[in-house]
Design a protein around this ligand. Structure first.
Ligand SMILES: *[C@@H]1O[C@H](CO)[C@@H](O)[C@H](O)[C@H]1NC(C)=O
Ligand SMILES: *[C@@H]1O[C@H](CO)[C@@H](O)[C@H](O)[C@H]1NC(C)=O
Ligand SMILES: *[C@@H]1O[C@H](CO)[C@@H](O)[C@H](O)[C@H]1NC(C)=O
Ligand SMILES: *[C@@H]1O[C@H](CO)[C@@H](O)[C@H](O)[C@H]1NC(C)=O
Ligand SMILES: *[C@@H]1O[C@H](CO)[C@@H](O)[C@H](O)[C@H]1NC(C)=O
Ligand SMILES: *[C@@H]1O[C@H](CO)[C@@H](O)[C@H](O)[C@H]1NC(C)=O
Ligand SMILES: *[C@@H]1O[C@H](CO)[C@@H](O)[C@H](O)[C@H]1NC(C)=O
Ligand SMILES: *[C@@H]1O[C@H](CO)[C@@H](O)[C@H](O)[C@H]1NC(C)=O
Ligand SMILES: *[C@@H]1O[C@H](CO)[C@@H](O)[C@H](O)[C@H]1NC(C)=O
Ligand SMILES: *[C@@H]1O[C@H](CO)[C@@H](O)[C@H](O)[C@H]1NC(C)=O
Ligand SMILES: *[C@@H]1O[C@H](CO)[C@@H](O)[C@H](O)[C@H]1NC(C)=O
Ligand SMILES: *[C@@H]1O[C@H](CO)[C@@H](O)[C@H](O)[C@H]1NC(C)=O
Length: 634
């Protein structure tokens, strides 16, 4: 909805210029101009054919007025045009209202173009975005009727002072994604509605005069080097809908006057240096607010979360203290309050938020228990309460959150057993309940979590053995069980484990079981700080993806087998282990064999590659198709 308003101007202009099918004659001047335009574009990918379609009004990208007696719009977007010779020809069409040459490879706007097109009073839209324009911005003399100027995505550089002064009718200015520096240009058009200058190098302050441009609906100053504060009077921009300020060096307070703008729906001030209290009231009409990565302090105003339109709110990475306000908007979809100094209990009233999908309260000072009422937040996909001071049990009710994909509760003081209900979270991808005080055993039904990719249970007091059912968790990539009190038989492991299998710092003993074999994708295996004994089994040297093997502090003995050179092996604290001598011939030959076996495969692969390249070079079109067929054949 927000962006709809922004583009309305452009689309209404486009609609207005839509070509009509009524045939009538262009003036000879216009026809001649179009013929020379046609000739100067001969050899490019512009698909015009004067023989098949003698009337220029029916050429692709050309719009004419309703009687087809004059050209009103020329759109040559996306034809990889690099020669700018055609541009002055366009200016001979004095009825032109819209010129779009975006998405080409133009490098210059010729002075001749500025001179000639500047005289066309009816020219309303100029779109040069996504070209290769360089150098200083040309001075736009004339162009008294220009309403829409888009120069975004080019490589213009230097400062802007008087170059836009003449554009007194401008409604939309887009200078985004260039290399402009110096102070922020706002031009001279008091009817300006959209000002977009993001991703440049503008510095200095936001000019106070910006508040005189009373028609502004959209201001995007993001990703520049702006300093100083936001003008206090900004609240006088009574038509403002979107204000985007992120990634600058703005400081001071957020002006309270913003709360006066009834149309404001989106405010993004992330990554600046704003300080002090967040003014109450500024969310009154907002839909989206992002004040993250600043230095706001004090508490969250009590009315801040309650306005009915509010959908997303990000206050993370500030220095806010106090507790979460009781009243919250039922429209909330995302609430991010992480990395502040918020405290108190997590309010049970979150239960009323039926649309809430993302609740992120991590790295604060919350105390008390996790409210079981959270189970009524049916839409919840991400719940991050990690790094707080939460106590009590992990409520089984959370098992009702059928949409939950990420559950992060690590670094709290949760106690009691892992409730079996948690294993009903069928959408879960990440389960991180590490570094709590959970006890009891791992429920065998954990294997019901058939989408789970990451399990982190490390740093608890879990005991008993790992359930046999774990082998059925074929989506599992990471299994962190370190620093618990697990013991006993080690079952077969999920075959696709990749990132790490960590059994470190538990009570395992006996020989390293062969059930750890066959993990063809496993990169890191950590068995340290247990009481494994016997020899290091040979099959470990055959794990093809292994890069790290941590066996430190066990009771292993015998000769260390030879691993591939890229395997980092830690084996300290095993009194009985001996290093193999370099001249150990049997191992050396074992190392050599796979290479010999692989050589023919390598050669075959190389030949196939050459063959494919040959086919692809032969015909660019068939390339993908041919490849697919070949892949299927293989
Ligand atoms: C377009 O250029 C080709 C040569 O590149 C030429 O043969 C042809 O006559 C040109 N057509 C027009 C209409 O100029
Ligand atoms: C602005 O950019 C121009 C050209 O890129 C450069 O010569 C000039 O020093 C820059 N000015 C400032 C204040 O950085
Ligand atoms: C813009 O840059 C030019 C040099 O490139 C400099 O002479 C001029 O003073 C600058 N103008 C402003 C307003 O900074
Ligand atoms: C301005 O340019 C940016 C970057 O190209 C683009 O995302 C935005 O939609 C443009 N705005 C308008 C109003 O054309
Ligand atoms: C809001 O607008 C009213 C009336 O224009 C004005 O009196 C008041 O001071 C404004 N509030 C803020 C916070 O600027
Ligand atoms: C944030 O503000 C505090 C004082 O309130 C100050 O000590 C700290 O340096 C500031 N941090 C940043 C990144 O500005
Ligand atoms: C919270 O909402 C209730 C009912 O809508 C209202 O009575 C109360 O004043 C509000 N509290 C705050 C702090 O805004
Ligand atoms: C919150 O921080 C402010 C300073 O920023 C301090 O004055 C106030 O006492 C703190 N409040 C709480 C509840 O810790
Ligand atoms: C957390 O709260 C305790 C007291 O409740 C306080 O001593 C401590 O400083 C707080 N920590 C942070 C990071 O706010
Ligand atoms: C889980 O928590 C640990 C801290 O124990 C952290 O290092 C890890 O990145 C987290 N993993 C995921 C997938 O959230
Ligand atoms: C394995 O778990 C232990 C104990 O939690 C931890 O200290 C260690 O860093 C982990 N190892 C790897 C490779 O993740
Ligand atoms: C480790 O296991 C061996 C038997 O393999 C046993 O003799 C020893 O006592 C165990 N050490 C500990 C600390 O449990």
């Amino acid at each position: 909805m927000v962006w709809y308003g922004q583009s309305l101007l452009f689309y209404s202009l486009c609609l207005f210029f839509y070509p009509t099918m009524v045939f009538s004659q262009l003036s000879s001047t216009q026809r001649d101009a179009m013929v020379s335009l046609y000739e100067s574009l001969n050899g490019t990918s512009v698909p015009w054919d004067i023989n098949k379609q003698p009337n220029p009004c029916s050429w692709k990208g050309i719009s004419c007025d309703s009687t087809s007696s004059s050209i009103t719009g020329i759109s040559l977007s996306g034809f990889s045009l690099s020669s700018f010779d055609f541009l002055p020809i366009v200016c001979k069409i004095d009825s032109l209202q819209m010129l779009d040459v975006s998405n080409n490879r133009l490098s210059t706007i010729l002075a001749e173009f500025i001179r000639d097109c500047g005289r066309i009073d009816g020219l309303k839209l100029l779109k040069f975005s996504n070209n290769r324009l360089v150098g200083h911005l040309p001075k736009f003399d004339g162009f008294v009727g220009l309403e829409f100027l888009d120069l975004s995505h080019n490589s213009f550089e230097g400062n802007i002072s008087l170059e836009l002064e003449g554009l007194i009718g401008l409604k939309s200015l887009n200078l985004s994604v260039n290399l402009f520096n110096g102070s922020l240009p706002i031009g001279n058009s008091k009817v300006l509605e959209e000002l977009q200058v993001s991703r440049n190098r503008f510095d200095g302050r936001i000019p106070e005069e910006i508040v005189d441009y009373r028609n502004l609906r959209l201001i995007d100053l993001s990703q520049n080097n702006l300093v100083g504060s936001v003008p206090d009077k900004i609240g006088e921009l009574s038509k403002l809908e979107v204000l985007i300020l992120f990634s600058n060096k703005l400081s001071g307070e957020i002006p309270k006057s913003l709360s006066n703008i009834t149309t404001l729906s989106r405010l993004v001030a992330r990554q600046n240096q704003f300080v002090d209290a967040i003014p109450s009231g500024i969310t009154k009409y907002l839909k989206n607010l992002d004040l993250s990565y600043n230095n706001f302090s004090g508490s969250i105003p009590s009315d801040f979360l309650s306005p009915p339109n509010l959908q997303t709110m990000d206050l993370s990475h500030n220095m806010l203290n106090g507790s979460i306000p009781t009243n919250k908007s039922g429209s909330l979809i995302r609430l991010r309050l992480g990395s502040n100094q918020l405290g108190g209990k997590i309010p049970a009233s979150f239960a009323e938020l039926q649309n809430l999908m993302y609740l992120e309260l991590e790295n604060n000072n919350f105390t008390g228990t996790i409210p079981p009422e959270l189970d009524s937040c049916h839409s919840l996909a991400l719940l991050d309460l990690s790094q707080n001071r939460l106590t009590g049990p992990l409520p089984g009710e959370l098992g009702n959150l059928k949409s939950l994909q990420v559950l992060k509760l690590q670094f709290n003081h949760l106690s009691g057993e892992i409730p079996v209900e948690i294993t009903q979270l069928s959408s879960l991808l990440i389960l991180n309940i590490s570094w709590n005080s959970l006890s009891g055993s791992i429920p065998p039904s954990i294997s019901n979590l058939h989408n789970l990719a990451h399990i982190n249970l490390q740093g608890n007091f879990l005991s008993g053995s790992i359930p046999d059912s774990i082998v059925t968790m074929t989506t599992l990539l990471e299994l962190q069980l370190g620093k618990n009190q697990l013991s006993g038989y080690i079952p077969w492991m999920p075959p696709n484990l990749q990132i790490v299998l960590n059994l470190s710092s538990n009570l395992f003993e006996g020989p390293i079981p062969k059930n750890l074999g066959g993990l063809d994708r496993l990169e890191v295996l950590d068995l340290s700080n247990n009481n494994f004994s016997g020899e290091i089994p040979k099959f470990l040297t055959g794990l093809p993806s292994l890069t790290g093997l941590i066996l430190a502090n066990n009771s292993l003995s015998g000769v260390i087998p030879i691993f591939k050179p890229w395997v980092e092996l830690e084996y300290g604290g095993n009194e009985g282990l001996n290093k193999a001598r370099e001249s150990n011939t049997p191992h050396a030959s074992e190392e050599g064999t796979p290479m010999k076996v692989n050589m023919p495969i390598l050669i075959a692969a190389l030949l196939l590659f050459l063959f494919l390249s040959f086919i692809c070079l032969g015909s660019r079109h068939n390339c993908i198709l041919t490849k697919n067929k070949l892949v299927i054949l293989i």
